[in-house]
Design a protein around this ligand. Structure first.
Ligand code: XBP
Ligand code: MG
Length: 251
């Protein structure tokens, strides 16, 4: 049982706040086509590749799969090529979101607004790029979206990607709150591992890309946040088991 009162909600972005991965997948494929690469990630392949958090890491992982003897190529370097592909992909994703390709999942906006009005602090802990967060939340909430969130940690501030807990540990540090005063919201097994690695009780809302994942350790698994109120969150948080002591991490 959690003796500490609930003080903050920490949201993952992709797949949790919004079903973004179809738009991400289309953007990756657009970037590959723009540079004339014959790579195409269909849904089945992308579902597998999503086990690698981070777009750059995902591109490099796939490239090594299809070209096991990957060396520096044409002198430009593998890293430079991944950076360029990811920059093209991010631009394509941003254009798609700005054209309304992605909406918040059911219940998300209502919960964000009522939690904020109810005095809870809100934070974001994601492995996506900051420009993707801005594009999505400006489009979905409006130009004042930033006012809702006390802390945002993302790929630019937490380079160790989920399931590493870095993004959540840094979020808690900046909130200046113990994990027992917070709830995390995630959609994937990597995200759940990262949140649990920071001793956070975690609510899971799976989506079509993650429905098959192992969510052992989740506080609850919900189809979505439709109808979920702050009162529900406070009750579920109160029944959360005390977190196991975390092994001290080598610095
Ligand atoms: C999900 C991810 C991201 C996105 C693509 O992030 O792993 O890599 O798939 O975005 P979240 P980038 O932690 O929000 O679920 O290309 O910017 O990485
Ligand atoms: Mg996610």
């Amino acid at each position: 049982m959690s003796a500490t009162a609930l003080q903050a909600l920490i949201f993952d972005v992709d797949g949790t706040l919004a079903d973004t991965e179809s738009a991400h997948r289309a953007a990756f494929n657009q970037a590959f086509a723009e540079v004339g690469r014959d790579w195409f990630w269909d849904e089945a392949l992308y579902t597998q590749l999503l086990e690698v958090s981070g777009g750059k890491e995902r591109i490099l992982h796939y490239w090594r799969q299809v070209q096991p003897d990957l060396q520096d190529i044409n002198g430009t370097g593998v890293r430079d090529t991944v950076e360029r592909l990811h920059a093209l992909k991010t631009a394509a994703y941003e254009r798609a979101v700005q054209c309304g390709a992605v909406q918040l999942r059911p219940g998300v906006l209502r919960l964000i607004e009522s939690a904020s009005q109810g005095g809870l602090q809100l934070a974001i802990a994601t492995t996506t790029s900051p420009v993707n967060i801005i594009a999505l939340l400006r489009s979905a909430i409006g130009p004042d979206w930033r006012q809702y969130f006390t802390v945002i940690e993302d790929a630019s501030t937490a380079p160790s990607k989920k399931p590493h807990p870095q993004v959540y540990l840094q979020t808690l540090q900046r909130l200046n709150l113990p994990a027992t005063a917070c709830l995390a919201f995630e959609d994937s097994a990597n995200g759940l591992k990262a949140a649990c690695g920071a001793s956070l009780a975690t609510l899971i809302t799976p989506n079509s890309f993650t429905a098959h994942h192992d969510f052992t350790g989740a506080l609850r698994i919900l189809p979505n946040l439709q109808g979920t109120t702050v009162a529900h969150l406070r009750a579920w948080h109160a029944e959360a088991p005390a977190p196991l002591p975390q092994p001290t991490r080598p610095s």
